[in-house]
Design a protein around this ligand. Structure first.
Ligand code: COA
Ligand code: AMP
Length: 627
């Protein structure tokens, strides 16, 4: 039996015992009375009775163990050319002071704090400062517009917001402050105060009585000690796209999260204390939460906060430069980033300028990875390139290949095999398990393992409805796929209206809500069509109101501006087409899957339930000019 199979079998035969053993990776103020209690929460809770502090486990205990002088965090800003390193002792000091500043202004255990920051060390410091106090952070990605930030403020009801004067994107400075002000104005809930990091690239005015400069507040504060919390208390809320315009607040607890992430660092990524680990993502996404901040620090690694892009900052060697300069052992990014590099450095000439001898493996996730990209990277790097599949909801990989257990051969295009902890099944619509090699709904038999969401913020029923009701006894991932004869998992597509644009998770439903608000639009549909670089790109189809005559390019520009204004530039909504009507079923459902196939130039069968077959022909004629 391979190391992977033996470990998976050991977990299967005694899940509670297996996780109880992993819980030793964490320092507990009071050990849990059980690994799992099925009677608590919606489907049970992990490590009930345990008390701990996640920040203590990420920082203080490493200082106490003699790692105080080891770099904990390296900030590498390709946007500004600056590099700063913080030892574990320095990071602990900064976090303790910011926690002190927040506490002095009234933030306490259980309070929410929104963090709306670019990729600067203070984003991580703010998250850990909340964890130190037992306050619940909710990080909002910088590429979202004011309205998206406002909806998160309204739902999380934060006592404080930590933000910055600006973010830096290639060719432009993104002023955060106007977005923050607009969001607070839009939200019915107002924070008591805001701490703003002034960046030299664009200093902003502070709102008297509400805003204070973050560095000054931090410097003036007394360091705050770690506040122990229940393992089942929330550590953070991370909002993610749901099937409607309203984002879902994914809740992460303290105990299960700490155990699962600490375990994943060795089992999956094969790194240990003292190693340099880099996730080239953003703190606004789950990858950033788990593998820029918590995972590497819980494991005593050095983490890298990179402010830049894979290409253009300054070239397609940017990632390899960071790996070489800081001695990265394991790296994690989205396939899109590798596709962008491949496009500009197909023969690896730029890559060859960098010494990648210390890099041992490249991990990819966030979207389905095409086999070509895996094969290209593997060939040029000469190291394992490992695709692994996960979701904001799970916080760590549902499937992967496990460096700590001895790798099994990669099958390019597959996401690997189920992580010990996940009982993954493939079901048909009636809830029956399908034979190997057959596509169906990918579901996880309950209970979900530690770190997975126990519920949605203030919304147990929404959690049940969205994830647990379709296949009773199982968590519905909303991904379709199959498990092959050898046990490899192939994730093929989403079963809902979520699309993945450049590894960013977006809801086409939310975009439809924006398009439908245009005064000339009677109805609309947004689908994700194939994009060579970004994996998918949104395409809008709109039907004009009766009597409206409008230039299509003008309308498209207005719709693009509206999506940018209401959802944000990250939606990358650039194409809209006017159609005479939308193809629908007789019961009035828009045939989005068929539209997508037409747009992708794929074969499709005429849906038997279609109301008017001619409507599909019209779409084909129109989309033929787009794709
Ligand atoms: N703040 C403000 N704006 C942001 C932003 C942020 N944090 N992140 C992205 N944007 C903006 C971009 O500037 C761009 O704006 P534009 O329309 O004015 O050009 C828009 O959002 C779309 O961004 P993106 O999808 O990233 O496309 P891009 O063309 O700028 O870059 C890649 C393409 C491939 C280089 C880039 O998508 C990339 O690095 N992808 C990796 C994905 C990733 O790390 N995902 C995280 C999940 S693991
Ligand atoms: P997010 O919550 O942003 O991490 O997005 C989760 C979704 O991204 C999943 O439900 C999948 O649809 C997709 N995804 C993430 N990783 C992979 C992968 N390795 N292979 C295929 N799809 C993936």
């Amino acid at each position: 039996m391979s190391g992977y199979e033996a470990t998976y079998a050991a977990w299967r035969s005694d899940p509670a015992g297996w996780w109880r053993d992993r819980a030793r990776l964490i320092d507990w103020e009071c050990p849990p009375r059980a690994a799992f209690d099925p009677s608590l929460g919606v489907y049970g809770r992990w490590f009930p009775g345990g008390r701990l502090n996640t920040c203590f486990n990420a920082l203080d205990r490493h200082v106490a163990a003699g790692r105080g002088t080891q770099p904990a965090l390296i900030w590498d800003s390709a946007m500004t050319g600056r590099i700063e390193s913080f030892t574990y002792a320095e990071l602990t000091e900064r976090v303790a002071r910011l926690a002190g500043a927040l506490a002095a202004r009234g933030v306490a255990k259980g309070d929410r704090v929104i963090v709306y920051m670019p990729m600067v060390p203070e984003a991580v410091i703010a998250m850990l400062a909340c964890a130190r106090l037992g306050a619940i952070h909710s990080v909002v990605f910088g590429g979202f517009a004011a309205a998206e930030l406002a909806s998160r403020i309204a739902d999380a009801k934060p006592k404080a917001i930590v933000s910055a004067s600006c973010g830096l994107e290639p060719g432009r400075v993104v002023a955060y402050k106007p977005l923050l002000d607009a969001a607070i104005a839009l939200s019915p809930h107002k924070p008591d105060f805001c701490l703003i990091l002034q960046r030299p690239e664009r200093v902003c005015d502070l709102t008297p009585g509400r805003d204070e400069e973050l560095r000054a507040a931090e410097a003036a504060a007394a360091p705050h000690a770690c506040v122990p919390v229940e393992a089942t208390d929330p550590l953070y809320i991370l909002y993610t796209s749901g099937t409607t315009g309203r984002p879902k607040g994914i809740v992460r607890d303290n105990g299960g999260h700490a155990v699962a992430l600490a375990n994943s660092m060795s089992m999956l990524y094969g790194v240990a204390a003292g190693d340099v680990y880099w996730a080239a993502s953003d703190v606004g996404w789950v990858v950033g939460h788990s593998y820029i901040v918590y995972g590497p620090l819980l494991a005593g690694c050095t983490t890298i906060v990179y402010e830049g892009k894979p290409v253009g900052t300054p070239d397609a060697g940017a990632f390899w430069r960071v790996c070489a300069q800081h001695g990265v052992k394991a790296m994690f990014t989205a396939p899109t980033a590798i596709r962008a590099i491949k496009r500009e450095d197909a023969d690896g000439r730029i890559m060859a300028r960098h010494d990648l001898s210390r890099l041992e493996a490249l991990f990819l996730a966030g979207e389905r990875c095409d086999p070509d990209t895996v094969t290209w990277a593997e060939k040029l790097l000469g190291k394992p390139v490992i695709d692994h599949w996960w979701q904001t909801e799970t916080g760590w990989a549902i499937t992967g290949d496990f460096r700590g257990l001895g790798l099994f051969p990669v099958k390019p295009g597959s996401g690997g095999k189920p992580s010990p902890g996940f009982d993954l099944r493939v079901l048909d619509e009636a809830g029956r398990e399908v034979p190997r090699g057959t596509i169906g709904d990918l579901v996880v038999r309950l209970p979900l393992p530690p770190s997975c969401l126990p519920t949605l913020w203030n919304n147990d029923q929404g959690f049940r409805d969205a994830y647990l009701s379709q296949h009773p006894g199982h968590y519905t991932t909303a991904d379709a796929g199959m498990i092959d004869e050898d046990g490899y998992v192939w994730v093929m597509s989403r079963t809902d209206d979520i699309i993945n644009v450049a590894g960013h998770r977006l809801s086409t439903g939310a975009m439809e809500e924006v398009l439908a608000a245009h005064p000339d639009v009677a109805e609309c549909a947004v689908v994700g069509v194939k994009d060579a670089l970004k994996g998918q790109a949104p395409l809008g189809l709109v039907v004009l109101k009766a009597g409206v005559v409008k230039d299509e390019k003008t309308l498209e520009a207005e719709l693009v501006a509206m999506v940018r204004e209401r959802i944000g530039p990250v939606a990358a909504f650039r194409t809209a087409r006017v159609v005479p009507r939308l193809p629908k079923t007789r019961s009035g459902k828009v045939l989005r899957a068929t539209i997508r196939k037409i747009a992708d130039g794929q074969e499709y069968v005429m849906p038997p339930t279609i109301d008017d077959p001619a409507s599909l022909e019209e779409i084909r004629g129109i989309l033929g000019q787009v794709v």
